[in-house]
Design a protein around this ligand. Structure first.
Ligand SMILES: [Zn+2]
Length: 300
């Protein structure tokens, strides 16, 4: 059943309770009824509506948000924060430049002064979505970092880090140290075909190495948040599955190139061995993957 939040709030004593309840208790009360707002551990959770999964840290006196989806869904998220008596966001961090992770910045900008991202995020955002100086649809990071950025907010240590090119040229992962939760942005498309953005500096071998490095850094208790997928959070085994998919893709295309197949023939292949169960309807993702792998291997 699709839950009608407004009707619920109006008819519920939670609207009054919200004025007095600590944020985490209110989240617990709300999450039973709001299927797009979910606490994962401690004060960290996810918000899913449309576009890349939003991650959040919400304590009594601080709010940190990872990624921003779209202007309308970001406004819906703000509305939930308001219901928890929060009227400002301390920091918004963008995992990468893609529109479904950054275009809601414009909504968050109304209640947030600090936007953080890897420096390439700004470059790519300007390259693909930036208009002229008067364009007010894009909010760029006010704080950029090359490799690493960290802050202590509330009772959390939050660390954002960029290693190298993978899904794009600017992917960062954000670690909530105390909760042991890591937002991976679009480094994981869980059980769906990924999007490989070569014009946005993607590199499939880099992506494989990136996932290997992240697996080494975290433990079996770490909860990972994914940008997209059948389930948008999971564990290390989901990282292995994503890595296996990308390795199979490169190996398969390499084999086809060695057999003398042309670019057109490779793009015309309509399967990847072992992954026939993935659904490609309407997305053209398989063709995107085959062609990205071909171009990467040829250019090496
Ligand atoms: Zn993306």
């Amino acid at each position: 059943m699709k839950f009608n939040r407004r009707a619920f709030i109006k008819s519920s004593s939670l609207i009054t309770a919200g004025l007095f309840l600590p944020a985490n208790k209110l989240i617990a009360a709300l999450q039973e009824d709001l299927d797009n707002m979910k606490t994962l551990r401690n004060n960290v959770g996810i918000y899913t509506e449309r576009g890349g999964t939003i991650g959040w840290y919400i304590s009594d006196d601080a709010v940190v948000v990872i990624d921003s989806q779209f202007p309308d869904t970001a406004n819906n998220f703000i509305s939930l924060l308001m219901d928890m008596t929060h009227n400002k966001i301390d920091v918004v961090i963008n995992t990468h430049h893609h529109r479904d992770h950054t275009s809601g910045n414009v909504s968050f900008n109304k209640i947030c002064d600090t936007f953080v991202a890897n420096e390439n995020t700004v470059t790519l955002q300007k390259k693909f979505y930036g208009g002229n100086e008067s364009d007010d649809t894009q909010i760029y990071a006010s704080v950029t970092f090359k490799d690493k950025w960290s802050t202590k907010i509330g009772n959390e240590n939050i660390i954002a880090e960029h290693l190298w090119a993978a899904h794009t040229g600017c992917d960062s992962f954000i670690h909530f140290e105390n909760a042991n939760i890591v937002h991976l942005g679009d480094l994981i498309f869980n059980n769906v075909y990924p999007f490989i953005d070569r014009p946005g500096w993607a590199n499939i071998q880099g992506w494989i190495n990136y996932l290997e490095e992240i697996s080494k850094r975290f433990d079996n208790d770490t909860i990972f948040i994914f940008g997209h997928g059948a389930s948008v959070y999971g564990g290390k085994n989901d990282l292995s599955k994503m890595k296996d998919y990308l390795s199979t893709l490169l190996d398969f295309i390499n084999k086809n190139i060695k057999e003398g197949k042309s670019k057109e023939e490779i793009e015309g292949l309509n399967f990847l061995p072992g992954y026939e169960y993935l659904n490609d309807s309407g997305t053209n993702r398989l063709k995107n993957n085959l062609s990205a792998a071909y171009e990467e291997l040829i250019s090496d």
